[in-house]
Design a protein around this ligand. Structure first.
Ligand code: LMR
Length: 396
């Protein structure tokens, strides 16, 4: 019965993590998956979220019935304010939203919805993008194409190439955009560049789909939503996937949200119904625990302040690690310019290393990066940064 089924080649990120776990070398360095590791190399819990867990232990609902298809109502209100900030008044009346299974679940619900009502629209993602963007949209039956983004020669953004490609897309083409902390390159657009992208999206009547998994890891919670605010100001309908895996360290709880900013309150109501239907036909209703935690933190000023302080400390630690790595590389290899690693932002950097260099880093030095050359900066700490710099310097 199942003999015709192809073997799964494995996910490029998760497979590498498995390899890393099996590696017996003591000084191995994990710069693979997008987990925030602290200075001790552990994935930490936020103390604000821990307090929410203590609260939850005594305050879970008396009857553990299903949540509504589109999730916990209070949670949906709390998290939209975080995503849209002071642009809320521009979108609130024309917003449809649903709680989702992390950012990936939001992308999947959005992809299914778009496939149903825009069957001829294709998706354009940045070259490169997070590998799973391709898989999720292909899995929903959407054809996936790329627009220029990263220039391997300059190790910088190819902004003119990006604009040129977006300017050639047919009306209603879907464009996947990373509003902050681009995964995998760590190269973000400036606000001026975002304005130009928003103008093209509006002029050509494209459908932007933002994927925001790292809000607050770039320049700050508010600063990281500038692209979303500009799109909101433009009046153009768009979609936004939001994830709380990294920024609340709730990876396994699968907490996120999907927003569809519509053209009118009436269409938003219709889309709200279709979001429920899409959820119902995928997994029926979402789990509640993670959403209750996020909602509890965001509903309390004291816990929100505590969470923001913790998030800021994470951002600053990653920033410091970047600076230190570049400084150490500068001493070891003054002949090579590594300054681009310091100007990239967020959890990831694109090293520009070739697959051969990545293989040498793993085989000879036990330093694990994704085959594309992506490094998870949060995997660096004061104990492994020297070894990492030496390994980088040796393979260049
Ligand atoms: C990553 O890009 O490493 C993370 O988003 C984890 C994942 O799901 O791939």
């Amino acid at each position: 019965m199942f003999e015709h089924v192809d073997a799964y080649a494995g996910d490029p990120i998760f497979s590498l993590v498995e390899q890393f776990m099996k590696d017996p070398r003591e000084n191995k360095v994990n710069l693979t998956i997008g987990f925030y590791f602290d200075e001790d190399g552990k994935v930490p819990n936020f103390s604000s979220v821990d307090k929410a867990k203590v609260w939850a232990a005594d305050n879970l609902p008396a009857s553990p019935v299903y949540l509504p298809m589109d999730g916990l109502p209070d949670y949906r209100v709390a998290v939209k304010s975080l995503a849209f900030g002071d642009a809320m008044p521009l979108v609130d009346s024309r917003l449809a939203s649903t709680q989702s299974l992390g950012g990936s679940g939001a992308l999947k619900v959005g992809a299914d919805l778009l496939k149903r009502y825009f069957p001829d629209s294709e998706l354009w993602v940045s070259d490169p993008t997070w590998e799973n963007h391709h898989s999720i949209f292909k899995g929903a039956g959407v054809k996936v194409n790329t627009y220029r983004y990263y220039n391997p020669q300059t190790k910088m953004l190819d902004f003119s190439g990006m604009l040129e490609d977006l300017n050639q897309l047919p009306e209603r083409a879907i464009v996947l955009l990373h509003p902050c902390c681009h995964n995998p390159t760590g190269i973000d657009l400036t606000n001026e560049q975002w304005q130009q992208v928003v103008d093209v999206v509006k002029q050509r009547n494209l459908l932007a789909f933002f994927d925001m998994a790292y809000q607050g890891f770039g320049f700050g919670l508010n600063e990281d939503t500038q692209a979303i605010k500009l799109m909101a100001e433009s009046g153009q309908p768009f979609l936004l996937a939001q994830s709380f895996s990294k920024i609340f360290s709730l990876y396994s709880e699968r907490v996120g949200a999907l927003y569809v900013v519509c053209e009118s309150p009436e269409t938003a109501e219709t889309i709200q119904g279709q979001l429920k239907f899409t959820v119902r036909t995928n997994y029926s209703t979402p789990p509640s625990f993670g959403a209750r935690l996020v909602n509890h933190v965001l509903a309390s000023d004291a816990l929100t302040d505590e969470w923001k302080t913790e998030l800021e400390a994470m951002r600053e630690r990653m920033h410091t690690m970047r600076q230190q790595l570049v400084a150490k590389l500068g001493e070891l290899r003054p002949d090579v310019d590594f300054s681009y690693l310091a100007t990239q932002v967020g959890m990831f950097s694109y090293t520009g290393f070739s697959p051969e260099q990545i293989k040498r880093l793993k085989d000879e030095f036990g330093v694990y990066l994704i085959a594309s050359g992506r490094m998870c900066v949060a995997g660096l700490n004061t104990r492994n940064i020297d070894a990492t710099a030496k390994a980088f310097a040796a393979v260049c």
